[in-house]
Structure formats: C-alpha cells, structure tokens
Write a protein that binds this ligand. Structure first.
Ligand SMILES: [Zn+2]
Length: 363
C-alpha cells in the first residue's frame, strides 16, 4: 500500500500553489454551501458536550459582538473559539459580505437556510445572523451526532456540515472528501486552536485527547511543510490513484541533509528499508498516548537508532533523504493511533498529525 505516497514530497511547490488556489476558493465562497440544510435527516440526538464553553479571549471578536457570539456558542453547544473562527472565515464579521453563490451576512446564510433559521430577522443584520448561526449549528450537531465518535469529531463534522451540508457528512460518515470542505474544517480548527487553550484545558485540534505530559518538538527542525494530510489533488507528473490522492502523513522538507529527530520520547519499534518508504523508522510514544510515529525516506545508512532503543525528545533518528518512492528529499512524518501495528510501516490507523503538532505548539 501507499506506493506513491513518497513521490509527492518533491512537488511541494506545486501543492502549495494548488493549496493557495483552494484557499482563495474557500475564502471567496465562504459559506456558499451553507444553505444545504437537510432537515428530513434531523432526528433527536444528544448534543455533544462542548469541549469548552467558557468565554474565549481571542481578542479577535469585535467587542460589540462578543456577547452575541458567546450566546450563539452556547446555543450551538460549541466552543466560542470555534464560532469566532467560523465567522472570521465566513465573512470576517463583515455584515455586508455576499458570496458569488448568494450567501450573505456575517454567517453567510443562503436565503433558503435563512428562511428556516432566521426567525424572521434580517439576514444582513449581524446580530440576527450570529444568533441564527447558533441555531443552525445546534441543529447540524444533532443531525451529524450519530456519525461522530468523540467531541472533536463532533465539532469537525458540524463544521463540515455547515460548509457542505449535513447530508454529505452522513453520506461519507465524516468530513466529505471535497478539498474545499477539508480545507474549511482545517482552517477553522486551526484558527480556533490558536487561542483555544487560554480558557480551556482541551484544545480543539487534539483528536487523541490526552497527548501526555512530555515535551514535544518538530521532527524536522526548519522543515517547510510541503504536503498535508488527507485528500489532495492529483499532483502533476504523478499517477492519480488512491494513494497519491490520499496522503497519510505530513511531508516536511529542508531540501535534504537535516537531522530528523524524535518529536517526543519514543521507543523504536522497527527500522528497515523497502522500495516504498525507503529507509524508515517506526517508534511508539513512551508516554500514555502511545501514538505510533513513522519516519520515511531517510538517507541510506543514516539511521542511528535500533529496535528497542528508548529515544528522548530531540534526539537524532536519521537524516532527511530521498530513499524509496520519493523524488525529492523530504521527511514523510506520520502518526498512527495507538492501536496501530508498530512492527512495520503501515497506513492503517493513520491520523492527521497537524492538529496534534498544533496542540503542542509546533505548527
Ligand atoms: Zn508523505
């Protein structure tokens, strides 16, 4: 599996450009799809306990809207920081914002959705829009509750439903594989996370819950992120298949030759070389989250650790290289959940490292 994964690393520039275009699209469209409320799908369900409902201290909510946003967050059962990031993304709190698709106002409601959630108010009145957003999100939470298996998924899937409609979330049992929606969720979770922990013990991006108490660091200091986790466009020059279009890790590059280091304390559980991952290292966190890390494409012969070694955060593992199915020096960094097999490279149970690294203040 994952045969072409590494081949994309060198195409970072292209991907950054593509990502830029997608971002532009997302920013341009805002909540263009927000109107796809799927009411027949609504059924009574529990609203997840918000991870944190205390007032946020983002400093970003315009003062006149602070109370309204807090009230909407309470209505929605979501963190204030999430609603703040959502309004920032949708309209930048611009009450006159209109998308090409016809969404309008602070919450970027389509007219049909507004008819349902606006309670007779003015779509372009910021207070009406913020309040309606709370009601709409509360309903979306209920609709997608069965699909989510934890609080963070509940938040992510609600955001995905806000962007793509709850029907799409149900159809795909999660965030639908639309680049715009994937980006939308990632942007909002990331932005919310920036200030999220100031009032709360949990952070929005941490999908594994407790990340342990140990210190973390970047696995490739100075590395530029060249490819993100999850669905991505077919890169130019690479075969378009399920592996190239669904990336199971994060790629970082300094151009080659930089030491790859343990991002936190790990025990090395596998080392080796194959035609796909090249020279690779697998290690499991010694701290309680017990996540499994994979490092691919090390320079040939650079691995300085052995199976069974306990390696402290920041210690060298190998050197950023270009081995295996890789066409440019980079680190493919992957995090698998604790239930993953740690005796060999695998893409099973891979999870997005970005929110985890964000939660540790690394990204
Ligand atoms: Zn990769």
């Amino acid at each position: 599996m994952g045969k072409a994964i590494g081949a994309i690393g060198c195409l970072g520039g292209v991907l950054v450009l593509v990502a830029g275009l997608v971002m532009t699209l997302v920013l341009g469209m805002g909540g263009a799809l927000s109107g796809q409320s799927d009411d027949d799908a609504a059924e009574p369900a529990t609203t997840a306990d918000a991870t944190c409902t205390t007032s946020s201290d983002t400093g970003r909510i315009p003062a006149q809207y602070q109370n309204a946003v807090e009230d909407a967050a309470e209505e929605a059962g979501l963190p204030v920081a999430i609603l703040d990031a959502l309004f920032t993304q949708e309209s930048g709190y611009n009450e006159d914002a209109v998308s090409h698709a016809g969404a309008g106002g602070v919450g970027q409601f389509m007219p049909a959705t507004w008819a349902e959630y606006g309670n007779g108010g003015d779509r372009f009145d910021p207070y009406d829009s913020i309040e309606a957003t709370g009601r709409f999100l509360a309903d979306l939470q209920d609709i997608i509750a069965d699909v989510a298996s934890n609080d963070v998924e509940q938040i992510e899937f609600t955001l995905a439903a806000y962007n793509a409609g709850p029907g799409a979330v149900q159809e795909y049992n999660g965030i639908p594989p639309y680049p715009e929606t994937q980006n939308y969720v990632q942007i909002i979770m990331g932005n919310a996370d920036d200030n999220y922990s100031e009032d709360c013990t949990e952070r929005a991006g941490s999908i594994v819950g407790d990340l342990g108490t140990g210190e973390w660091t970047h696995p490739l200091p100075g590395g530029r992120s060249t490819s993100g986790f999850g669905p991505r466009p077919c890169p130019a020059g690479a075969a378009c298949n399920e592996y190239t279009t669904n990336h199971h890790g994060l790629d970082f590059s300094t151009g080659g030759g930089t030491a790859i280091i343990a991002p936190t304390d790990i025990e090395v559980t596998a080392t080796g070389t194959n035609q796909f991952q090249g020279e690779y290292i697998v290690g499991r966190m010694t701290d309680e989250a017990e996540l499994v890390f994979q490092f691919h494409h090390c320079q040939s012969g650079s691995t300085s650790v052995s199976v069974g070694d306990t390696v402290a955060v920041g210690s060298g593992l190998c050197t950023e290289g270009n081995t295996g199915n890789s066409s440019g020096a980079h680190l493919h960094f992957q995090i698998n959940l604790s239930e993953a097999d740690d005796s060999q490279p695998t893409y099973d149970h891979a999870t997005d490292p970005a929110p985890i690294l964000q939660a540790q203040g690394i990204l």
